[in-house]
Design a binder for this molecule. Sequence first.
Ligand SMILES: CC(C)(COP(=O)(O)OP(=O)(O)OC[C@H]1O[C@@H](n2cnc3c(N)ncnc32)[C@H](O)[C@@H]1OP(=O)(O)O)[C@@H](O)C(=O)NCCC(=O)NCCS
Length: 270
Amino acid sequence: MTREQTPRTLSPRYRIRKLTLADLSAVKALLVQSKTSPSSFCPTVDSGNQTIIAYQQYHAVDYLVRHAIKSNMSFGVFDTEYKYRYSSSIKTGGKLHWDENDIRASSKQLLHQIDFPLVSIALSHDAANPPDEDKVQWYLDIRPGYKQACAHLESLIPASARDGYRYALLGKVLMRKGSVTRGDYEGRGIMKGLALWLVWESKRCGYEVIEIPVSSAAVRRVWENLPPPCKVDVMAEYVIEDLEVCDERGKMERPFEGIQTEICQLRINL
Ligand SMILES: CC(C)(COP(=O)(O)OP(=O)(O)OC[C@H]1O[C@@H](n2cnc3c(N)ncnc32)[C@H](O)[C@@H]1OP(=O)(O)O)[C@@H](O)C(=O)NCCC(=O)NCCS
């Protein structure tokens, strides 16, 4: 589906459309910048210069974002009243103005320099066409805490949890990965509007199930309260501070003590 749409829950100012490779730079930048923001748990589990991490991840996430865009089920919300901050962005319909030598740029400055009308994204891939795990490692290795948190969530999902669902068949199970609304557009219901749109569009395309890992209370609230007939299963959940790992001496330790972010994997039966 390529035509632009606005679901009823979003102001007509915003348009939803399928992402294309022309959006690659904007999507990558929004995705990695969001992990430097105070509304993400990432800076709490991966300390260090968040700006350097964002620049590194911008390059490392290239494969993953291309894969999601090519999956044909990744969508973005565009602000039709967006005002460009830099005149040089106008000609190209948006431009990324990061200077990767500027390692002191704040999270806010990084956001300011992402000068595109794209304000929110929801990336997905088909469960039957997952990304190549080896090609994703570079991106994950840059944020070891985040990687550990994601791996632990997956390890909590019982082996039998996916029995009876058609994960191996194209067009049946959608794996949602990556929800971001840019910081200066948060709290306007944009992520929610896009989520409701995706549910509708997925059903229209014949999908039976959406699976989504969630690390934000706002995202969880939306996906756990979808209108009927959607039904939600919590496949696994934990609080980051409860994650236990074995240290070099074989002693169990909790490296993220004090971090109370809840992480869960939800399955929505559409
Ligand atoms: C999380 C994020 C995507 C939210 O985007 P957003 O566009 O601001 O979200 P919305 O405005 O659509 O959220 C609306 C819903 O979230 C709820 N919400 C907001 N903050 C909440 C909180 N702290 N706890 C519970 N619900 C919350 C709102 O009440 C609203 O639900 P309602 O209409 O049923 O009342 C955005 O803040 C972001 O990109 N953060 C950084 C990256 C990240 O954490 N991504 C999520 C990974 S799972």
